[in-house]
Design a binder for this molecule. Structure first.
Ligand code: DAH
Length: 340
């Protein structure tokens, strides 16, 4: 009877071990048979009541069963562990021979690219890059630049006024005065920055755009110096030989004042649509700094002189890349931006 009992126990245990799928189940089987209250332990515990002959036989068989189950459980444990390891390996497997996915790189906005290039060129000529506030006082934006309140020249700049009496700067020129006030000449600076105009927008007008102001101030600075610097700048910017010409003009903050034309970098003067068949492109205002501006900045105009200029950064970019609508820069349209 006991023998049959051992045999069926063995069979059942074997079957259970075989069917088990994980270590928890295996542990339960172990407890069921070999734990303190387990079946094999119970059999071993009941030996004392048997006759000696039977006890010897039974204890041998029960111990054999115990050893057998330990081996079986052990083998199955290894098997399950191996399976777990394999499936983890499969899940984590990476084919290192598959070509990598190319990350999509962003890039700088075309206006930022132009700004950087301009800064680089002027820095190579010893100019410093300076910043100024976008919200200005009337004094710096107009009066200090020799444009009094009732002067008709104020109409050249359609202005956004703020309720506080301040305004959105209409050009980068106010930074001239701000900078000269704080520093002792000689000075060589450029001021790239955003400006604002109260204007109707169209392909060549925006309510905000960018300018680059330039200033060189020393004891003896001439128009010839200006011409040399600015020609060098355009050559480097367009990466080709460029001629410039100076036309007499008027700005309240310069005397004399010039409008600068550029030989068309697209057709090199052979006449195209960018230069409107003239071979020349109007590019910036400039001149010798007006004595009143120097006075308003705290300098004696008898001791110092210099040139100043202001150009549209958007316009330069439009010429360089043949862009025909300034509004594209501010549209956020990726079909446009991704071309740069
Ligand atoms: N501030 C002028 C404008 O917005 C541009 C300009 C002209 C700047 C002549 C200058 C200059 O420094 O000398 O139209």
């Amino acid at each position: 009877m006991a023998k049959i009992h051992l045999k069926t126990t063995k069979k059942r245990a074997e079957k259970e071990i075989k069917k088990s799928k994980n270590l928890i189940e295996l542990n339960q089987i172990f407890k069921r048979y070999l734990g303190k209250q387990g079946k094999v332990s119970q059999i071993l515990g009941s030996l004392a009541k048997m006759s000696e002959k039977k006890r010897l036989k039974m204890s041998k068989e029960a111990n054999e069963l115990k050893a057998f189950l330990i081996l079986e459980l052990d083998a199955k444990t290894q098997e399950i562990k191996e399976e777990v390891r394999k499936s983890a390996e499969e899940a984590e497997w990476v084919d290192i021979t598959i070509p990598g996915k190319k990350p999509v790189f962003g890039h700088l906005h075309p206006l930022t690219q132009t700004k950087k290039k301009i800064e680089e060129i002027f820095q190579s000529m010893g100019f410093s890059v300076i910043d100024g506030p976008e919200i200005e006082t009337e004094w710096y934006n107009f009066d200090a630049l020799n444009i009094p309140k009732d002067h008709p020249a104020r109409d050249m700049w359609d202005t956004f006024y703020l309720k506080t009496g301040l305004l959105l700067r209409t050009h980068t020129s106010p930074v001239q005065v701000r900078y000269i006030e704080r520093r002792n000449p000689p000075l060589k600076i450029i001021v790239p920055g955003r400006i604002f105009r109260h204007e109707a927008t169209d392909a060549s007008h925006e309510i905000n755009f960018y300018q680059v102001e330039g200033l060189m101030l020393d004891k003896e600075v001439s128009v010839a110096n200006f011409k040399a610097v600015i020609e060098e700048f355009f050559k480097k910017f367009f990466e080709k030989d460029i001629n410039i010409r100076l036309r007499p003009s008027y700005f309240p903050f310069t005397e004399p004042s010039f409008e600068i034309d550029l030989s068309c970098p697209i057709c090199s003067g052979k006449e195209c649509s960018v230069c409107k068949q003239t071979g020349w492109i109007e590019i910036m205002g400039s001149g010798m700094i007006h004595p009143n501006v120097l006075k308003n900045s705290g300098l004696n105009p008898r001791n110092w002189q210099g040139f100043a200029f202001g150009m549209g950064l958007d316009r330069l970019t439009m010429i360089k890349y043949k862009i025909n609508d300034i509004r594209l820069f501010y549209s956020g349209d990726l079909r446009f931006l991704n071309q740069f």
